[in-house]
Design a protein around this ligand. Structure first.
Ligand code: P6P
Length: 360
């Protein structure tokens, strides 16, 4: 049995390696510690919900018209309670809140913006499928901020002073600006995976001690990748012909003696992404007739997963453009998402970037 005392806890790792090497502002690690505390609280409630097999519904609907459940709101509240007091935070964007929540921050850098999906995939809990919390941290001050004397073409604002209300241009930032991103997956084990731009690190929660223990340092998508494609094929009839062509390519018999593709789809983003990070493959949630921008949210689902994928040697696009380069138009904007092994995301981009022809 591997000695647990030799395995660093999340706190020890953050105070040691992270603080020493990360390009992120040093005190952002307190936010990650707060997110881990919230994850512990959410894991306990998720386990009970899985056991009862029911989803406590509130009867109302969230801002997207989806049946809200108490557990989504519980997860949102648990995160807010654990991080809101951190002076590093100046704003929270959440799938469970229509508008962003400004938080006065006295931090000299102006603080961080937290974009959050408190409990993605919660509708799966009724059948005990793993679900997750997804988080993204953006700096308030632009990484390329020059002297912000006025609201000039760099998008700087004269009132970038800490504590002032945030301007939309400060919030609607491309994923490339992220300080850090990650997820907490509530499955057979509770795992926390994050990156702050210096590799991807995975921690597993020890149910006895309650500590998150480092179990995957500098995670890399395997190369060669597993030959998995992951998408909901119920929408096939509504796909773009080029998406059809791509999935047909995956289904073709492999060359003699070679391995062919397998389909894998859980229908819970954090679980599908976690598998893709560990074994490779290509996760796809494309746009289709009726969902012209796909289903997944750019700021708090696709962008954090894209940073994880790139930091692990993979790639993430909307089919043709890198997710991290997309500037959101609004905080709940949706985007198609293709994420996983670089060679498979590139293959998808080749298919989807071609001129569509009716004959396909
Ligand atoms: P579909 C769960 O509801 C979710 O938001 C993501 O976790 C998941 O990737 C996607 O929707 C599944 O959507 O249309 O395949 O059921």
């Amino acid at each position: 049995m591997r000695s647990r005392t030799l395995v660093p806890t999340l706190g020890a790792f953050l105070e040691g390696e992270e603080a020493a090497h990360s390009s992120a502002p040093p005190d952002w690690i307190h936010l990650l510690t707060g997110l881990a505390r919230a994850g512990t609280r959410i894991a306990r409630v998720v386990a009970r919900t899985g056991l009862t097999g029911t989803l406590p519904r509130t009867g109302d609907r969230n801002i997207h018209g989806e049946a809200a459940t108490r557990i989504d709101q519980y997860a949102h509240n648990a995160v807010v309670e654990e991080v809101a007091a951190d002076e590093m935070l100046c704003c929270i964007i959440s799938e469970e809140a229509e508008d962003h929540m400004s938080i006065p921050s006295s931090h000299p850098d102006g603080g961080c913006i937290l974009a959050l999906d408190p409990l993605d995939g919660s509708s799966n809990l009724g059948v005990n499928v793993p679900v997750g919390t997804i988080f993204s941290l953006l700096p308030r001050a632009r990484p390329d901020a020059t002297d912000c004397g006025s609201d000039d073409e760099t998008g700087c604002r004269s009132d970038d002073a800490p504590g002032s209300a945030l301007a939309p241009s400060e919030i609607l930032r491309p994923g490339r600006d992220q300080i850090a991103a990650g997820y907490i997956l509530y499955g057979a084990a509770t795992v926390l995976v994050y990156t702050s731009g210096r590799g991807v690190h995975g921690f597993i929660r020890d149910p006895e001690s309650g500590e998150f223990l480092l179990n995957r340092r500098d995670m890399r998508i395997p190369s060669p990748s597993a030959l998995h494609y992951s998408t909901n094929e119920a929408y096939t009839r509504r796909w773009d012909p080029r998406q059809h062509d791509l999935v047909r390519h995956f289904k073709r018999p492999p060359p003699k003696g070679a391995k062919g593709f397998s389909a894998r789809y859980i229908g819970s983003l954090v679980a599908d992404i976690h598998r893709t990070l560990l074994v490779g493959g290509l996760f796809m949630y494309p746009a289709f007739r009726g969902k012209p921008e796909g289903k997944l949210r750019l700021m708090y689902e696709a962008a954090p997963m894209a940073l994880i994928m790139e930091q692990a040697g993979g790639r993430a696009t909307n089919g043709t453009e890198d997710i991290l380069d997309l500037r959101p138009r609004d905080i709940h904007q949706r985007t198609p998402l293709f994420a996983g092994a670089r060679e498979l995301v590139d293959l998808a981009a080749c298919h989807l970037g071609r001129e569509a022809t009716d004959s396909e």
